[in-house]
Design a protein around this ligand. Structure first.
Ligand SMILES: [Zn+2]
Length: 395
């Protein structure tokens, strides 16, 4: 079964060999999908015959968004905390604990239903691959079941037992790290691909974070890290030291942090929703791009500090407030996310890549930043199959 998408006004391939600029943009383009993969890319008029033809009617097509940072296994919401913050209170890592209590009290079915609701929101927002972390169970059984639930819906699962020190381990952080790196890791590793730690003020220090990541690596997990969200510290340097796939947040970066990222295989993943929702200062992506670092954008969807599943929203904020060009923002939300997950089969639309793509209801990707808050996701295809199509409900 082959599918041709023709009459594409602007196609983002993310392959500079195919089209112009870093996005490899091609106008009046066509794409042919076969067996779930991109089989042909070129001028719409030259598209080879296919079993099915989708007329894009001059609209834009982009690779599906790759959300490399999300926390989808939890119960409850923290809208009151958001309201208090918007009324002047400061964000601290401690708020996580209120979600932990609700998550522990929820059934597996409740946690999974919530994850599915958020996953469906992501699909409607054009996200075709998402990562999800544990981190709201913080006990052996609750972390393990969080990951088992996430693993039913994504292959990109991350063990984040070291999210914060739970209240039952108050002033015994080292005992908790011993649990995370021992019994909890043993229970969680079968369901996880990645290991993560919140290395920041009020969470875990650099030595504790190194112990968590090294224990995970020894169990066969790959490292990633929450670093430098609340303050400059050693998180980014630790990420580079351990060859983490990604250092996430990067809100507060020193010049040496930027140089270290630029000279490494560690992606700097920026999370605009977190600064937006905690009214924090935005990081300056211009400095990262100027140094040559690889930058990703992700939603950080979580109930406390960034309760959004909209990559288009993140792109708007990144362009408006974080120094991204529209091209850089689109690249970071697609191929950048793929690199943050060390995936080379998604995030671009050249021949052989997975056919994960979005037909927009706009002539090009530029409208994502240009029309903030407007739903312009029309048709979402993953591995060649339609997973969402916008049906216009207004009569
Ligand atoms: Zn996070």
């Amino acid at each position: 079964m082959s599918v041709a998408i023709t009459n594409i006004g602007s196609l983002v391939t993310n392959d500079p060999n195919i089209g112009s600029g870093i996005l490899g943009e091609l106008e009046n383009a066509g794409v042919v999908i076969e067996d779930g993969k991109i089989a042909w890319v070129g001028n719409s008029g030259s598209a080879p015959a296919a079993d099915q033809v989708i007329d894009a009617k001059g609209m834009g097509v982009i690779p599906g968004f790759v959300d490399s940072h999300a926390h989808l296994v939890f119960a409850g919401d923290r809208s009151k905390e958001f309201e208090a913050r918007m009324n002047g209170e400061k964000y601290s890592a401690g708020g996580i604990k209120s979600t932990v209590a609700k998550t522990r009290a929820a059934s597996d079915a409740e946690l999974e239903a919530n994850l599915i609701t958020l996953q469906n929101e992501m699909i409607r927002s054009g996200i075709t691959t998402f990562e999800s972390k544990s981190g709201y169970g913080l006990s052996v059984a609750d972390e393990a079941r969080s990951l088992a639930i996430a693993a039913k819906h994504t292959s990109e699962t991350t063990f984040l037992g070291a999210h914060v020190v739970p209240e039952d381990f108050a002033s015994r952080a080292d005992d908790y790290v011993a649990l995370v790196t021992g019994e909890m890791l043993d229970a969680c590793a079968p369901h996880a691909k990645w290991v993560d730690v919140f290395c920041d003020v009020g969470a875990f220090d650099v030595d504790q974070s190194r112990a968590v990541l090294q224990a995970g690596i020894a169990k066969g997990l790959k490292p990633r890290i929450h670093a430098n969200q609340l303050a400059t510290g050693g998180g980014v340097q630790l990420a580079v030291e351990l060859d983490c796939a990604s250092a996430d947040h990067c809100t507060h970066l020193s010049t040496s942090d930027i140089e270290a990222l630029a000279g490494s295989n560690t992606v700097a993943t920026l999370l605009p929703g977190a600064e937006f929702s905690t009214r924090a200062t935005y990081p300056d992506a211009k400095k990262l791009f100027a140094a040559g670092a690889t930058v990703a954008l992700a939603t950080d969807c979580n109930p406390g500090s960034s309760y959004t599943t909209s990559m288009s929203f993140c792109i708007s904020v990144a362009i408006r407030d974080m120094g991204f060009s529209p091209e850089q923002a689109l690249w970071s939300a697609t191929l950048g996310g793929a690199k943050a997950l060390r995936r080379n089969d998604i995030g671009a639309l050249s021949v052989g890549m997975s056919a994960d793509l979005v037909v927009l209801s706009a002539p090009s990707f530029r409208h994502l930043g240009y029309r903030p808050g407007v739903d312009q996701i029309f048709h979402v295809i993953k591995s060649g199959k339609t997973i969402y199509k916008h049906q216009d409900g207004i009569k």
